[in-house]
Design a binder for this molecule. Structure first.
Ligand code: SF4
Length: 275
């Protein structure tokens, strides 16, 4: 069932519950199907008791509240994470991955970073940006006075792009892979509702905006995704390949713009990095 359809089902069930003193009734089979698709919707139903007759109401799993509107963002992300975990839409990646890499950080974050796809380290650890490029991103965050726990970090692709046996390194996702996986990222952004998005590298830009272009022209300017301000900057892996202070300064200037957009205080020391 699609998310809009689920939203409609939940809203209808809530209305029935509000206008009646008993829960809407459904068969055990329907309940089982809905529990798989969405436990929140299932919790609004009553089903026939197996032996002594009558109807039995069902509670949400521990930690989740009854009204969907009252669920916090972490709780709303959980069913998406579960669907990603079980996803086999790209059969070749589902076979080759160690695990899916959903995203990490604060579901209430004002700032969300988007990269391209898990690499070998991320595939192993199940977390985005944990390899060398990820460590550099963590240092950039620290210079911004943030920790990884303050922001949210996710990729366009949730599975590591496969590589031929015996080969080293990572490969970029294909347009088809990005298109297939993108809806999960869209759902994550819809739940988190960050004030500012940062796209790291050309692949993230293509995956999110469907736009190709030279990074030297795209970066450093404000773009928008669904009315959310979007800053494009170089992927940290680029800075590992090109250690020139001038390139580091460009990324840092992009991050200064992000801090300004978030109304974060900026010290003189921060303004002068890599000058
Ligand atoms: S890359 Fe995304 S769409 Fe493809 S199998 Fe992995 S989770 Fe599913």
């Amino acid at each position: 069932m699609t998310e809009p359809a689920l939203d409609f089902v939940i809203a209808t069930l809530e209305k029935i519950r509000e206008s009646s003193d008993r829960a809407p009734r459904a068969s055990r089979r329907t309940l089982a199907q809905l529990q798989t698709a969405n436990p929140v919707a299932a919790s609004l139903l009553a089903t026939p008791k197996s032996d002594e007759g009558g109807w039995e109401a069902h509670a949400l799993p521990a930690g989740q509240r009854l009204q969907r509107g009252a669920l916090n963002k972490a709780e709303l992300l959980e069913p998406i994470r579960e669907r990603v975990c079980a996803c086999t839409k790209c059969a070749h990646l589902a076979c080759s991955r160690t695990q899916t890499v959903f995203g990490v950080g604060n579901p209430d974050a004002d700032l969300m970073f988007i990269g391209e796809a898990p690499g070998v380290d991320e595939d192993r650890q199940g977390e985005p940006f944990v390899g060398r490029a990820g460590q550099l991103l963590t240092r950039i965050l620290k210079a911004m006075n943030f920790t990884r726990e303050d922001v949210y970090i996710a990729n366009i692709l949730k599975c590591r792009p496969d590589t031929p046996p015996g080969s080293f390194g990572n490969r970029a996702p294909t347009p088809t892979e990005m298109q297939t996986c993108r809806p999960y990222l869209v759902e994550q952004i819809n739940v988190i509702e960050p004030k500012v998005l940062v796209a790291l590298g050309a692949v993230a830009v293509e995956g999110l905006l469907g736009m190709r272009g030279a990074m030297r022209e795209l970066r450093g300017r404000w773009h928008a995704y669904n009315n959310i301000p979007l800053m494009i900057t170089y992927h940290p892996a680029y800075l590992l390949r090109n250690q020139a202070p001038s390139e580091k300064r460009k990324v840092w200037e992009d991050m200064l713009q992000v801090l300004e957009r978030l109304d974060q205080p900026i010290t003189d020391r921060q303004r002068n990095y890599f000058l």
